[in-house]
Design a protein around this ligand. Structure first.
Ligand SMILES: NC(=O)c1ccc[n+]([C@@H]2O[C@H](COP(=O)([O-])OP(=O)(O)OC[C@H]3O[C@@H](n4cnc5c(N)ncnc54)[C@H](OP(=O)(O)O)[C@@H]3O)[C@@H](O)[C@H]2O)c1
Length: 293
């Protein structure tokens, strides 16, 4: 990192769930200069624009929150998904390398096929089941070929204040229906966006040159059905919830039946305190909603 007073962080995809959460969070941190760029400000598929922006701003960190994240649509719009999730990441890694910026890239638990029944470590072999996961996996493989200064963080099931996410979906379904059908056949751990951003902050502050691949989600494991039950309980809502198989919703893309991520690496390396998903869900609802529990 350069010897400036403030740490410069360029945030791509700043209009999305994680991008907005990161922007809001880093704005409140002292000694940070943030450059939040939405897709309208910087299209990461445009190699020239990416190169010009990064060389112009000379950020210490490029936090890539931009992605094609619609898992089902990715099966149909493959070229568009590839352009953002692979070519876009290539552009960011190349330009970051040229300016000496560190790239912090977000990947996904969907790089795994879910055949395992114990938490996945960073070293477990990948085998994505859907096109979105394939492109995220390809980007993971390309980054180290283009720059040595990188962090790849794999979160799972992100939710928070912004964007479309499962929490918002449950809220909407509960407002519109007495009975909710929620899938109960995929086991995972949610990631509260704010916790993810705090972990990214930790890396910037304390682990600047311990580059590599890291898992980050909350602790514990659950299904969408159990998560929805907890959400409604905390909001004091009395809707009935019925657990169903995800096949009822005829998804276009396959999802891993199990993709719990092990956080052993970050816990062993830094004693990083990973919060249980229920604790973070409570915190989130207490902060932003009418908490009833
Ligand atoms: N959400 C999850 O549950 C989850 C789970 C695991 C991993 N992840 C990963 O975590 C990261 C953040 O996810 P998220 O949920 O915060 O995503 P998100 O809310 O969908 O935000 C992604 C943002 O990227 C923007 N974008 C799309 N194409 C772009 C382009 N060509 N150039 C610049 N920006 C572009 C989108 O803009 P538009 O809205 O205009 O398209 C959107 O604002 C992604 O890498 C995702 O793969 C997410």
């Amino acid at each position: 990192m350069k010897n400036d007073k403030s740490i410069k962080v360029l945030i791509t995809g700043a209009g999305g769930l994680t991008g907005k959460t990161a922007t809001e969070y880093f704005k409140t941190q002292t000694n940070y200069q943030i450059f939040p760029l939405s897709r309208q400000d910087l299209d990461i598929t445009d190699a020239i624009a990416v190169q010009k922006t990064i060389s112009g701003l000379q950020p210490d960190f490029v936090l890539n929150c931009a992605a094609f994240t619609q898992v089902d649509l990715a099966e149909i719009k493959k070229a568009q998904c590839y352009a953002v999730n692979v070519t876009g990441v290539k552009n960011l890694a190349t330009a970051s390398h040229q300016t000496g910026s560190t790239l912090i890239h977000l990947s996904t638990d969907y790089v795994f096929d879910g055949a395992k029944r114990s938490p996945y470590s960073e070293n477990d072999p990948k085998n994505p089941l859907n096109y979105y996961g394939l492109t995220k996996s390809q980007a993971e493989d390309i980054i180290p070929q283009l720059t040595s200064r990188y962090f790849i963080i794999r979160p799972a099931w992100i939710y928070g204040k912004y964007g479309n996410n499962f929490f918002k979906l449950v809220l909407k379904l509960a407002e519109e229906n007495d009975v909710l059908k929620i899938s109960n056949d995929q086991i995972n751990t949610p990631t509260y966006a704010r916790d993810l951003v705090e972990f990214i902050h930790f890396i910037i502050q304390h682990a600047q040159d311990e580059y590599g691949l890291y898992h980050f989600s909350n602790e514990g494991q659950t299904t969408r059905y159990e998560q929805a039950k907890e959400i409604l309980k905390l909001l004091g809502k009395s809707n009935k919830i019925i657990p169903v198989d995800s096949s009822e919703f005829n998804p276009i893309a396959k999802r891993p039946p199990y993709s719990v991520l092990s956080k052993a690496k970050i816990k062993n390396k830094w004693h990083y305190p990973v919060k249980h998903w229920k604790e973070s869900l409570h915190t989130f609802i207490k902060t932003y909603y009418d908490y009833k529990s």
